[in-house]
Design a protein around this ligand. Sequence first.
Ligand code: PMP
Length: 385
Amino acid sequence: MEITPPPCLNKPLKFPNKLLMGPGPSNCSPRVLHALSLPILGHMHTETFQIMDEIKEGIKYIFQTKNELTLAISAAGHGGMEAVLCNLVEPGDKVLVAVNGLWGMRAIRMAENYGAVVSQIATSLGNNYSLGQLETAILSEKPDLLFVVQGESSTGVYQPLESLGKICHKYNCLLAVDTVASLGAVPFFMDKWEVDAVYTGSQKVLSAPPGITPISFSKRAQTKIFQRKSRPSVYYFDMNVVGEQWGCVGTVRTYHHTVSSSLLCGLREALAIICEEGIENSMKRHKECTMRLHDGLKRLGLEFFVGDPEARLPTVTSIKIPEGVDWKKITTTAMNTYNLEIGGGLGPTAGLIGRVGIMGYNAQPENIDFLLSVLQKLLKDKCKL
Ligand code: PMP
């Protein structure tokens, strides 16, 4: 052989156990890790279909929906964004994006890739939109689809959504929502709020592994998908065919791609855990942990990037980097010395903020206290510019 086996693969796979308190992923519970280690199943096995069916029921619960087209796609959160846009956008369609950080910006780029005519509303970083602002933009832009991020993890902003679906439908517009960084920690009612398409992250509040993304489409959205003049341009995300494999569309489960049974098992257990706890309790736990964190941050003299307390996302807290502090040094030292992940800014907030995540399995008072004690030490001595 001209190319020989690389020596780096000749060592055992080993890395420290880290506490992931950045903007995601979060740690998986031992129960989820066990599920991930179960034997591989074939993608057309009876047991696999059973697990998929259980996952569909769990996703309906977390999204609070009865939508038939509810499943999990084999991709990270970005795949959810692609799937929503490539199924709901036909070339020439008008898409309006409410930008309040990086994720809205990414949605614009993707929608353009699918041939949409995209317009955007922008607010100053760290703020959300009032329903009035969104309605005015819908009235002037007359979009076919409005895209909103409920939990903007790049800024730590929470966007309220109640009544937005009704407003969209009054103007014949569909509503798509990114709940990757928010679902399970804040209220979300897909049917009651008339949301047409939603996806969330497996690796945030659900504390499942990344790479498998719950997604759901309303009846209105399904009508759009099934009556398209052109096929969605990405076969991998085409809900007509993905939906068949998941038993959501048609009567026969047809092979579309080899779904990872390991990821299915991980997600299935994570959904079972949140179903056992109940979403109301999960929200309460996140709220209590966030209050504990915020009180602690205030005691350390730190300031929040999001001024309005009502607009602060409980899952991702954004902190203004104090003058004279080297935040990069804080995150590196926290990782190297304490195996603790703390985040920095992202996209438009890079260099401006630090980000702390409280999500799912990690949302426990002892983790908050540990993080605060590490931050206190690092702010005190080492991490000055
Ligand atoms: N949307 C939001 C709000 C996110 O926070 C993230 C991940 N940080 C994504 C989308 C993309 O998810 P992924 O990294 O799993 O592709």
